[in-house]
Ligand binder design. Structure first.
Ligand code: PSV
Ligand code: MN
Length: 424
């Protein structure tokens, strides 16, 4: 299913007059609005192929129907999101959930929808049918050299799939660790993992990056071998200039100061980018901005400050991706909400009065520093995001469009109620 440009334009007409009024009201108070709009238009957030179906927990899964049953349909779904917001121009594949049967055809299909291929993700946290050796006790850390070799070879195969599609990065998330005290020698596990990562690193093409994602707990509950940003940074620093630390917002212990982590990783040129989501308790994988939008804004405030300090390109120098799961919402609606939340936080960070903030910081004026940040955070920037969408040819009201055009009903008609997406 491909959305027609004309139907989006027609729908925009309904909202245009009130949108213009709202936009002018907020825009007149913001200096450099056209530069901000350009940055917003350029900013693209990749959609993970595994977030297009209904998620679930170990207690159950409640499918909503019309899920994409293959890679082609997943690309079609990301194409729908991108047509509606023009901010989701990339898809991130997880191998082996999404092995392209014919990369040339898949690449062409993605191009029809205006999509590129973002990072490719390896999977050594599950055993696949017909897999020779088990990852029950880890993969790159495993005590058995043969298991490590199998996991290394899988990562190299993922790189090959990525090369065929035009990806430029490999994301490695390991569930390696231990469930009980005494199960693992931490030092040996770290060293084995490092050696394995080195072999994968050696297989990277020269213009590729390797992202090492950390996670505090789950599925291992006593130790994780890449458990926090310190452990990941130790790996990526030793590996070399093509290795970076990937921040997934749900992978921290409660109340971690993620914005500070982000700032320091950028200082060291070691921030890969993000897996955006939100959470209340742990790795909840909830809609971005649904629980703690202020934290998201504070993270973007550090990102903009840190990227500007280094003269980085906001749109292309870091990897922006969602990593979420939708147990009770329509996945496409949820993803539209997540992208919107990211754009809002980014726009709010762009309008922070930087000179006033620096002045407050340098003079230890704590009260003014808070006022400056919250003035930006409390600005309703939604008309600015909508204007960026309008200028990019997207829908002024993506969610309304999705609902009023009955897109899900059409997908159910095409794919059926029981189509199940590959993934977790
Ligand atoms: C692990 O929780 C994770 O965040 C990693 O990014 C995985 O690749 C992804 O979720 C999908 O399971
Ligand atoms: Mn993740």
């Amino acid at each position: 299913m491909v959305l027609k440009k004309e139907s989006i334009e027609e729908s925009n007409q309904k909202y245009l007059a009130s949108h213009k009024q709202n936009f002018e009201f907020v825009a007149e108070k913001i200096s450099g609005i056209d530069i901000i709009l350009k940055k917003l238009i350029d900013f693209q957030v990749a959609i993970p192929s595994w977030a297009l179906g209904t998620g679930g927990t170990r207690f159950g899964r409640f499918s909503g129907g019309g899920e994409p049953g293959n890679l082609e349909q997943k690309i079609e779904d990301v194409g729908l999101i991108h047509a509606l917001n023009k901010s989701s121009g990339a898809i991130s594949l997880h191998i082996p959930w999404d092995i392209p049967s014919d990369p040339v055809v898949i690449k062409k299909l993605a191009a029809v929808h205006g999509l590129k291929f973002d990072a490719v993700n390896s999977n050594t946290f599950q055993d696949q049918p017909n897999q020779a050796l088990s990852y029950k006790f880890g993969s790159l850390q495993h005590t058995d050299k043969a298991v490590r070799k199998q996991a290394i070879e899988h990562n190299i195969e993922v790189i090959q799939h990525g090369i065929a599609l035009g990806s430029k990065s490999l994301s490695v998330w390991l569930s390696d660790g231990s469930c009980f005290p005494g199960q693992l020698n931490f030092r040996k596990a770290w060293q084995r993992t490092y050696k394995s990562l080195q072999e994968i690193y050696e297989a990277l093409p020269t213009d590729w990056k390797m992202f090492v994602e950390y996670k505090a707990f789950e599925p291992n509950f006593y130790s994780m071998t890449v458990g926090d940003w310190g452990q990941s940074l130790l790996f990526t620093s030793k590996l070399g200039p093509k290795a970076f630390t990937l921040v997934d917002l749900g992978h921290h212990l409660p109340n971690a100061n993620i914005e500070q982590i982000v700032s320091l990783l950028m200082m060291e040129n070691k921030l890969a980018g993000f897996h955006f989501n939100d959470s209340k308790y742990g790795d909840d994988d909830l809609t971005v901005g649904s629980i703690n939008p202020y934290q998201l804004f504070l993270i973007f405030n550090e990102l903009v400050e840190g990227m500007d300090a280094k003269g980085m390109n906001h749109a292309t120098d870091l990897a922006w991706m969602i990593d979420a799961s939708h147990n009770v919402k329509d996945p496409l609606e949820d993803l539209l909400q997540s992208v919107e939340a990211i754009m809002i936080a980014y726009a709010q960070a762009l309008i922070v009065d930087k000179a006033a903030l620096v002045e407050a910081q340098e003079t230890n004026d704590v009260v003014v520093a808070q006022e400056v940040l919250q003035a930006a955070y409390r600005t309703d920037v939604r008309p600015i995001i909508a204007e960026a969408r309008l200028r990019a040819g997207a829908a002024l009201e993506p969610l309304q469009f999705f609902r009023s055009s009955k897109i899900r009903a059409q997908l159910i008609k095409e794919r059926g109620e029981k189509n199940i997406a590959t993934g977790l």
